[in-house]
Design a protein around this ligand. Structure first.
Ligand code: AVJ
Ligand code: FE
Length: 445
């Protein structure tokens, strides 16, 4: 469904979330820098409107724009996140008025614009989908800023995740048989440039975890001295571990009152302003690529490649075609995946049986972003569209790919082809992982 109602609805959902994430803090907190890794929230707020001004009001509708004079201040490439508090930013009330004015003009101009006049921005209302995804991406970034912020809780989850599934008969891993599959897409109307074009990739047989790595499993790595043993780490990973004195996921502290034998494993975590025991059966979150990679080596396994991840998430072996999601082509519902900031935490590992892939892999979509072993590189035949600064300028070995989205990601910005990327040291993002291993010759050939 890419008709006008869907476009209006995803734009409205994004805006309600943006206001929800910013209306709960006062002017001082919105203007403050809660972490050098993040922008002040009031920068994200106006940047969302500025991108909409640029792409909907100007590029798509051909109008002069609401505030072209603001482009410099809200250009992510001109100013590092850490320096954005020094800019002449709009105050929160001014930013709210600006983004509302942009939205009004955009909807008036584009609400019933033709989609068949040959402008690729308007085809299938791509540019509306792109701007809704952009706003939701910043809503996830703002959620990460909330998580980094000190002080009493202001965000509260609308509902808890579903009760844990019965996982007693869920195998720990499954075999994904070898063979080609269609990676990426040339037909998904709102897929972004780096997801295109579709191309066939041969993936040798491999085994993949049916669920993300849990806190309990990760604690066994810590307890076994995994952070003190360079054997498990790449050279750069070990250097980074030593320099920054990593010893547990971000936001974890040792629980002085616990013996370590309790279900928390002796660890506490801070989650959106509340300190709580680390839940044993939840997927681990807030680990960097180096930590994920070291854990996998310690476990005698490895991270999946990006192609392995996508094949497991999309390939339907019965029809030999790639689907949009592990469960098929239907839009994600609450029975499929933990998305949309509904629960503000991952669901227990093994949840969402209705969202599993044909081979029985669960939670590929939602819960936690999953680190892959792959660098962020363009697919064969890639062309930047509509702007180089979305993907093109980031391709290269310094970024690792993450897949599948997290509890903070909205469905509009999440699908089996969606590619995220970050530096291997980053862990303020909602990042976890699952592990893989090669199949032996003859297995699944
Ligand atoms: C796709 C999450 C890596 O936040 O840097 C937002 C998304 N691009 N505005 C980022 C994005 C431009 C991007 N990531
Ligand atoms: Fe942006």
């Amino acid at each position: 469904m890419t008709d006008i109602d869907r476009a209006l609805s995803v734009l409205d959902t994004a805006r309600r979330r943006t206001l929800h994430l910013t209306d709960c803090l006062d002017e001082g907190e919105l203007a403050a820098q809660h972490s050098a890794l993040m922008s002040p929230l009031v920068w994200d707020l106006a940047h969302i409107g500025n991108q909409e001004d640029i792409w909907l009001v100007r590029a798509a509708a051909g109008r002069p724009g609401v505030r072209p004079d603001l482009d410099g201040v809200y250009d992510a490439f001109q100013h590092s996140r850490a320096s954005r508090t020094e800019l002449p930013l709009l105050r929160p009330d001014q930013a709210r008025r600006y983004i509302a004015e942009v939205r009004d003009q955009a909807l008036q101009l584009l609400g019933d614009a033709p989609t068949d006049n040959g402008d690729p921005l308007l085809t299938d209302r791509f540019v509306l989908g792109m701007i809704a995804q952009h706003e939701q991406q910043h809503d996830e970034t703002m959620l990460a800023t909330h998580q980094l912020r000190q002080g009493p809780a202001v965000l509260h989850a609308p509902s808890p995740p579903p009760a844990p599934a019965d996982v007693t008969r869920l195998p720990r891993e499954v075999l994904i048989p070898g063979g080609p599959f269609a990676m990426g897409t040339s037909t998904d109307p709102w897929a972004l440039d780096n997801e295109r074009p579709a191309h066939r990739v041969h993936v040798p047989a491999f085994y993949l975890d049916t669920a993300p790595v849990t806190n309990e499993a990760y604690q066994a790595f810590i307890a076994d001295g995994g952070y003190a043993d360079p054997r498990w780490w790449t050279r750069e990973g070990w250097r980074h571990r030593c320099q920054t004195e990593l010893e547990a996921p971000l936001f974890w502290t040792r629980d002085g009152a616990s013996s370590g034998s309790s279900s928390s494993g002796g660890w506490l975590r801070r989650r959106f302003g509340v300190v709580e025991p680390v839940p044993a059966h939840e997927p681990v979150v807030h680990v960097c690529w180096y930590e994920a990679d070291a854990y996998a080596r310690w476990a005698g396994r490895r991270l999946p490649t990006e192609a392995e991840w996508e094949k497991a998430a999309r390939h339907d072996p019965a029809a030999d075609r790639s689907r949009r999601y592990p469960w098929g082509d239907a839009e994600p519902g609450p029975e499929h995946a933990n998305l949309g900031q509904r629960h503000l935490r991952p669901a227990p590992a093994g949840s969402y049986p209705a969202g599993q892939s044909p081979h029985g892999v669960r939670q590929l979509i939602g819960d936690v972003w999953e680190w892959t072993s792959s660098d962020f590189t363009p697919y064969p035949g890639f062309t930047a569209f509509p702007y180089k600064e979305y993907s093109d300028v980031f391709f290269g070995p310094e970024y690792k790919v993450l897949r599948g989205g997290a509890f903070g990601v909205d469905a509009v910005a999440c699908r089996g082809t969606f590619r995220n990327w970050d530096y291997p040291i980053r862990r303020q993002i909602f990042s976890g992982f699952r592990t893989a291993r090669d199949a032996r010759p003859g297995e699944g050939a």
